[in-house]
Design a protein around this ligand. Structure first.
Ligand code: TUI
Length: 318
């Protein structure tokens, strides 16, 4: 498969696996890279040693390119920047902030840098300071999200930039992939569908909630205070909603409690399998995800479906 991204980083299929905090470890990322996509290890909020162990493991699993996602809100972000430079990680993606201050360092180490950008302005800034590509993530995505939808932001960033654009958020199968390629994206990033990969080590209760989810089952917490996060509705998101209603009426809302409620919530769902009080971060396409498959099967199904729907439309239109 020819793609600008494929040539840039040496992958066979233009599919990235999202660097999901607490979830995207060497097991999942290694399987994705081995299957010809780009597996990405999540830095999340983890300390350097934890991420280093995963980097060492992925090098055992595959010789193919892989990435590390640096979550810029993490207290360990600087340490993870040092780590990816020391370990010769080929690709870095960043999220939840502006990576400008690290860019020169990445470039010195020949690392391909691909920031997630929630707007045209940040995308243009990233291109100017040397980003190799950008990931444009719509608010259909799971986890921490921006304000715009994939359908609206992808073509606007494509028009404003010359570097390749990877589309993310709401891309649950080959139909979604074909759609964003039509919008001008060069590749896709997929999170939610990989949550149920056989190689994904997330707790089985988490997987079961994704497979059970319907179209209307995600919600966004902290729309007014703190960081908006999309997750499957449960007792935790109900509690967020209740607190938000109370605090919205106050002149000086108490913001600390939102952080406290969020602390450890993702770990609770991912590691302990507490899907009532933990945060089941997932995108709006969770309703499309119906079965556990290997990472290879997931990638192959995106590619074959994309070809199929493209060919069908071409024969109708051309
Ligand atoms: O980062 C993500 N998704 C995430 S991070 C995460 S861990 C977390 N948990 C609770 C609260 C906050 C984080 C779970 N899911 N996606 C990439 C992404 N990046 N989405 C939005 C952004 C973003 C937002 C603002 C990127 C840049 C940005 O820049 C603002 C600025 O400083 O200019």
């Amino acid at each position: 498969m020819q793609s600008k991204i494929g040539e840039l980083i040496g992958i066979e299929y233009p599919i990235f696996q999202g660097g999901m905090a607490w979830i995207a470890d060497a097991s999942l990322a290694g399987a994705v890279s081995e299957a010809g996509g780009l597996g990405i290890i999540a830095g999340g909020n983890a300390p350097k040693e934890v991420v280093q162990t995963e980097i060492k493991k992925i090098k055992e699993i595959t010789d193919k390119p892989f990435g590390v996602n640096i979550m810029l809100l993490s207290p360990f972000a600087q340490d993870i920047v040092d780590l990816v430079c020391e370990e010769n990680v080929p690709v870095v993606t960043t999220g939840a902030g502006n990576p400008s201050k690290y860019m020169a360092r990445f470039k010195e180490h020949n690392i391909k840098v691909i920031p997630v950008v929630p707007s045209v302005a940040l995308g243009a800034r990233m291109e100017k300071i040397g980003a190799d590509a950008v990931i444009v993530e719509g608010m259909e995505a799971g986890g921490h999200i921006g304000k715009l939808t994939t359908m609206s932001i992808v073509p606007q960033v494509v028009d404003a930039l010359t570097i390749p654009v990877i589309a993310a958020g709401g891309i649950g199968d080959g139909r979604g992939m074909a759609a964003v390629l039509m919008l001008g994206a060069d590749a896709v990033q997929v999170g939610t569908r990989f949550l149920v990969a056989k190689e994904c080590t997330v707790h089985e209760n988490y997987k079961a909630r994704i497979i059970k989810a319907r179209d209307i089952d995600t919600t966004v917490t902290c729309q007014h205070f703190g960081h908006p996060v999309r997750a499957i509705k449960n007792k935790l998101t109900n509690e967020y909603d209740r607190l938000e209603k109370i605090e919205l009426k106050k002149a000086n809302p108490d913001l600390v409690q939102f952080d406290e409620l969020g602390q450890g919530a993702l770990r609770k769902a991912v590691v302990e399998g507490d899907v009532d009080h933990g945060s089941i971060m997932a995108g709006q396409i969770a309703g499309l995800v119906t079965k556990e498959e290997t990472a290879k099967e997931i990638i192959e199904s995106y590619i074959s479906e994309t070809k199929e729907v493209m060919a069908a439309e071409c024969s109708r239109w051309l």
